[in-house]
Design a protein around this ligand. Structure first.
Ligand code: FVH
Length: 293
């Protein structure tokens, strides 16, 4: 049947947990959708929901100007797209990669005649197509491509464009996720401290969550202000000297509770070094200077 939809047609390669969630939102919004997946069985349910299933990656790429890939990693992108003709295509890569891979992939696409947009998804599959869940993706690379397809890209999740450098989406993605892992480390240590006691972890949880949230907002913004001004001493309410003086309390408590300090010890060591350099009136921003290689 002729395609009578006014919605932008999309080709999607990769129907894992994320790709399948993306596909459903485009279908539900009325976008003609062509899909391909290495394991064809994963496309069957989507075919029943209205997707066109291509019998090869090359056929899927040929079907529509906008080609979205959501595969496992950068190597699988190379493997899948390697045998396709990308000339004249708009390639949007939602596969997680690092900044160098994203920049190389942008150049690779350019050499094959495609415009390129890289992305870092800040959402898990259940957040896709659920605007109130707050999921979004960072995009970087061709601004023209982004502006032309933003409405289509915004169907499954929010869109945040972070610049022409194709590596930036991956960099923002990894920076936010790195902060998340630091938070997970602190939360793990906190639960380890109370674990052997008669303390209900579910009663402790709201105290911990509220504290982490209350600390994150001012700490993140003050750090950014200090990095921009270069003065790490403005409006400091808990200075480094005071915080380093408290370290033995943290280490002593861990020892008393039979908990390894290995998650926190590297951060404490950086604080101690910064203090030893004579920066006791700062907050913790100076630790960032020590991390630069
Ligand atoms: N799921 C999540 O929570 C995270 C949220 C943030 C973003 N990530 C990234 O999204 C990419 C896809 O993740 P996914 O959850 O869809 O992953 P899987 O369910 O494991 O599906 C992987 C798909 O990739 C295909 N695939 C893997 N290797 C190859 C290959 N060599 N050639 C062709 N296709 C390949 C796989 O195909 P199949 O196994 O079904 O045949 C799936 O379609 C990812 O970058 C996350 O970091 C998700």
């Amino acid at each position: 049947a002729p395609n009578i939809s006014e919605k932008n047609p999309v080709t999607l390669l990769g129907l894992g947990a994320m790709g399948t969630a993306l596909a459903r939102t485009w279908l539900a919004a009325g976008h003609p959708l062509t899909v391909w997946n290495r394991t064809p069985a994963r496309a069957e349910a989507l075919a029943a929901e209205g997707a066109e299933v291509a019998d090869s990656a090359a056929a899927a790429v040929a079907a529509n100007p906008l080609v979205v890939v959501c595969l496992l990693d950068d190597a699988s992108v190379e493997e899948v797209l390697g045998g396709t003709d990308l000339a004249g295509r708009d390639l949007v890569n939602l596969t997680t990669s690092n900044p160098a891979q994203a920049r190389a992939r942008a150049e690779w696409a350019r050499e094959r005649g495609a415009r390129y947009l890289d992305a870092g998804i800040m959402a898990v599959p259940p957040m896709i197509g659920v605007p109130e869940a707050g999921g979004y993706a960072f995009y970087s690379g061709s601004r023209e491509l982004f502006e032309q397809h933003q409405e289509t890209l915004a169907v499954p999740m929010g869109t945040t464009y972070v610049g022409e450098d194709a590596g930036f989406a991956a960099l923002y993605d990894v920076a936010l996720l790195s902060a998340m892992y630091g938070m997970f480390a602190g939360v793990s240590h906190a639960f380890a401290l109370i674990r052997k006691e008669d303390i209900d972890p579910t009663a402790f949880a709201p105290l911990l969550a509220d504290w982490v949230v209350a600390m994150a907002q001012p700490a993140v913004h003050q750090t950014a202000d200090h990095l921009r001004s270069g003065d790490y001493t403005t409006n400091v309410v808990s200075n480094l000297a005071m915080q380093v003086a408290g370290v033995p309390t943290f280490l002593g408590t861990a020892e008393q509770q039979g908990v390894s300090p290995e998650l926190l010890a590297p951060f404490f060591e950086l604080m101690r070094r910064r203090l030893a350099e004579g920066n006791g009136e700062e907050d913790l921003t100076g630790v960032i200077d020590l991390l630069a290689r």
